[in-house]
Design a protein around this ligand. Structure first.
Ligand code: ATP
Ligand code: ZN
Length: 212
């Protein structure tokens, strides 16, 4: 029996996910445009998927474990599936930003405003917790241009350096969530799969320790 892991096919988490497996001593044939591959020296099958689909595949048991941003897990899988390990890469934050010209004093300034985001679930929870009523406009990409084209008054989007916000005339005003890549697992693994997962986690922890 093998353990099936889902990782991002291409994008910000792809290379670090492969690198982590390598550092764990797991060799995989990483062919381009492949949907899946197998490790040569560990009973591991690797599926390459869009990051947004990974929580669902793990929840459904199509994959046993997955590497994905915490932000995606919290948005796509509610209540979230089991996190087994934080991985220390893919660090970013989900932040609120407003036009630089807007006078912003506190979160209250967002009351009654239109906020564009790809994370309506996480944003909705955050606003409710803060006691703010706003109109959430869900858009799937290029969220940062929404204020400039009059679609929204503010945005809630992923940020790492902040340069994209700056280039679009925006300023960051609130942190909604801090995120990094995490290892998630289906909660119905066989005993054998759980043993394989424990072995993998042990190696991941050793890799992390060596880096500190
Ligand atoms: P896919 O094609 O798999 O759907 P995507 O475009 O949705 O890819 P990426 O932009 O590759 O996703 O981001 C993947 C993850 O990387 C994010 O969900 C987040 O956890 C993390 N990340 C780290 N830094 C950033 C950043 N500056 N902007 C966006 N995501 C970031
Ligand atoms: Zn995606």
């Amino acid at each position: 029996m093998k353990l099936r892991i889902a990782i991002q096919k291409s994008g910000r988490l792809h290379e670090d996910s492969i690198k982590l497996l390598k550092e764990c001593g797991i060799d995989i044939n990483n062919g381009v445009n492949k949907l899946k591959t197998e490790a040569t020296n560990f009973p591991l099958e690797v599926f390459f998927l869009r990051d947004d689909d990974i929580p669902q595949y793990v929840e459904d048991g199509v994959a046993d474990i997955g590497i994905v941003g915490e932000n995606v897990v919290l948005e796509k899988s509610r209540p979230p599936i089991r996190t087994v390990e934080k991985l220390g890469f893919g660090k970013c934050r989900l932040a609120m930003a407003v036009p630089r010209s807007m006078e912003y004093n506190s979160i209250k300034d967002l009351d009654g405003q239109r906020i564009a985001t790809s994370y309506p679930g996480i944003l909705g929870d955050f606003l409710a917790k803060m006691g703010i009523t706003a109109e959430i406009h869900e858009i799937s990409g290029s969220v940062e241009i929404a204020p400039g084209i009059g679609l929204a008054d503010a945005i809630c989007d992923l940020v790492s350096s902040g340069s994209t916000l700056f280039m679009n005339g925006l300023k960051e005003v609130e942190t909604v969530l801090r995120s990094e890549a995490i290892l998630v697992a289906n909660d119905k693994l066989t005993a054998e799969q759980q043993q394989l997962l424990a072995k993998l986690i042990f190696r991941i922890q050793a890799v992390k320790k060596a880096k500190n």
